[in-house]
Design a protein around this ligand. Structure first.
Ligand code: F6P
Length: 546
């Protein structure tokens, strides 16, 4: 294959094919291929994924899969699962998939058996969470733990925060809280809501050097010591999740109370490692095992299903289709589940930190667009906010709709209607209206005044994918996360980028530390090298009375 994906045969074939699809509406595609609604559907674990309302034909699918084969998606996938150093810029294996292997599996990476390590830590987490949940582990004053505060940011926050929210109905352990922002408002709001004698802080940081996390953790420790009046209290109220034992010990947490993981777990892929400790504390080790089992189901599907039936491959290639052949710079993920309120925020880190890259793995500028902007909010709220643009705006925004057949609890209204049925009727109606719209003729036939017809026309022809699952359980949530992890991987493979580094966020961290000196010091601030930043620093110092 050529090193430049846009010079491959399959890319050229897709480019030649695109105008035919572009010229055909979804209405026409369904008329030409009436069975597509039942056939352009793939089943992955419990997830039923209907991709028929997308702007493609069966021929498009074949061409997209040829591209996947030509760029070596299968080989690269196998290399990832085997522990090859596919994160080339950091020279690391990428092995979040090892975190969900059963204890009976074996996987040697860099000469080391990793599955035993994974299960050793899982066992340590299980023992600890049992102790906290049963009240065997008590706070310094002898009280049981009622609240857990996870302090972390990025992958050390978004995953457990999203999952704890999503699995709210499965909580039977202490309440969970999440503090991430270095804005003191975040920590203070949480400290105001908890009792120091019954609160456990889980300081989660892969590196244990992250400014936000360490600032929040130090402040929380001071608050705890001042509240309980004894520095010895720290050992009963602080545990750590990290790969950096030295920094954890330096912070003052006994490494016996540290839960480890490894450099081959990327931050945004870490919710199924010890970073999920707060999830386990909330739902218990059995629920957590079910959650990991969901990931493993999709790992198996991704590694064994033929590409024609391989959900992460199909969805990843669909994203490439829109991004690179329709110039769709963004995509929306809209869960029709209030409990998945943070799911899209979680996916933003997963997708945008992974695929927000402009050079290929060997450092050459990419020749096509890479990662899209991901965004979204739960339905039905979004319908009353941004859906207008989805339906009648000038941009084509591909959408993923996620819904569940059964709610954890339903409510039947006074007139006998299930509120969950109302939710799902909205969910299905939106995919239908986006795809098929409403023509001027239909609208005129309803007697609408001629001057209003144009305003009411729903153009349709707007693509969406419907992901339906029986119920939002720990296992199904694991499946959903793994589905997105792997499709992001497929996209990155096509673009030949390193989806597992994040150098772009490092410079901002460094500059923040440099600027801190300038905005705090009693001396005049050092020039920043540009007149805008100099003026902003000067304005801030005046306002802050420095
Ligand atoms: O924001 C960049 C980042 O490096 C993320 O990739 C990571 O999840 C987050 O910071 C937190 O890092 P750590 O877990 O080391 O505190």
């Amino acid at each position: 294959m050529s090193d430049d994906v846009t010079a491959t045969e399959s890319w050229h074939a897709l480019a030649a094919h695109q105008p035919h699809v572009f010229a055909t509406t979804l209405r026409e595609l369904f008329a030409l291929d009436p069975d597509r609604g039942g056939e352009l559907v793939v089943q992955a674990g419990d997830l039923r994924i209907d991709y028929s309302k997308n702007r493609l034909t069966r021929e498009t699918v074949g061409l997209l899969l040829s591209l996947a084969r030509e760029v070596g998606v299968e080989d690269r996938r196998d290399a990832m699962f085997a522990g090859a150093h596919i994160n080339t810029s950091e020279d690391r294996a990428v092995l979040h998939t090892a975190l969900r292997l059963p204890a009976t599996a074996e996987l040697t990476v860099d000469g080391h058996e990793v599955v035993a390590d994974v299960h050793r830590v899982r066992h340590q987490m299980g023992r600890f969470s049992d102790e906290v949940r049963t009240g065997t582990w008590r706070g310094f004053t002898g009280k049981t733990i009622t609240d857990v505060v996870n302090i972390g940011i990025g992958g050390s926050d978004l995953g457990p925060a999203m999952v704890c929210g999503a699995l709210r109905d499965y909580h039977d352990g202490p309440r969970t809280h999440f503090v991430s922002n270095v804005d003191p408002a975040d920590l203070l709001a949480t400290l105001d809501a908890v009792n120091p004698a019954t609160t456990l802080f889980v300081v989660s940081s892969k590196t244990f050097t992250t400014l936000e996390t360490l600032s929040n953790a130090r402040t929380a420790r001071r608050w705890l010591v001042e509240s309980l009046g004894d520095a010895e209290a720290v050992s009963r109220h602080f545990v750590a999740v990290s790969t950096n034992a030295e920094a954890v010990a330096e912070f003052g947490i006994d490494i016996a109370n540290m839960f480890g993981f490894w450099d081959w777990v990327g931050g945004r892929y870490s919710v199924d490692s010890a970073i999920g400790l707060s999830v386990m504390l909330a739902i218990g080790k059995t629920g957590f095992a079910e959650f990991l089992g969901g990931f493993h189901t999709i790992d198996e599907h991704f590694s064994t299903a033929p590409l024609e039936q391989n959900a992460p491959v199909l969805l990843g290639m669909l994203a490439v289709w829109y991004n690179n052949f329709f110039d769709a710079g963004n995509r929306a993920v809209l869960p029709y589940s209030n409990d998945l309120a943070r799911f899209t925020a979680y996916l933003q880190q997963l997708a945008m930190e992974s695929n927000g890259k402009s050079v290929t793995r060997d450092g050459h500028p990419v020749t096509c667009n890479t990662g899209q902007v991901w965004w979204g909010e739960p339905g039905t709220n979004g319908q009353h906010a941004f859906f207008q643009l989805l339906h009648q705006g000038t941009r084509m925004i591909p959408v993923d709709f996620i819904g569940f057949a059964k709610p954890f609890r339903d409510v039947v209204t006074a007139d006998g209607t299930s509120m969950h049925d109302l939710l799902i009727s909205n969910f299905l109606a939106q995919t239908k209206v986006l795809a098929f719209g409403k023509t001027a003729e239909d609208i005129a036939a309803e007697g609408v005044a001629p001057n209003l017809v144009a305003h009411k026309v729903m153009p349709g022809n707007r693509p969406s994918t419907t992901i339906f699952a029986p119920k939002l359980t720990p296992g199904v949530l694991g499946q959903l996360i793994a589905l997105y992890e792997h499709q992001v991987f497929v996209e990155g493979t096509v673009w030949d980028i390193d989806s597992f580094d994040q150098w772009g966020v490092e410079l901002g961290k460094q500059q923040a530390l440099e600027l801190l000196g300038s905005i705090c010091s009693a001396d005049p601030p050092a020039p920043q090298g540009d007149s805008s930043t100099d003026a902003l620093v000067a304005w801030y110092r005046t306002q802050a009375g420095r």
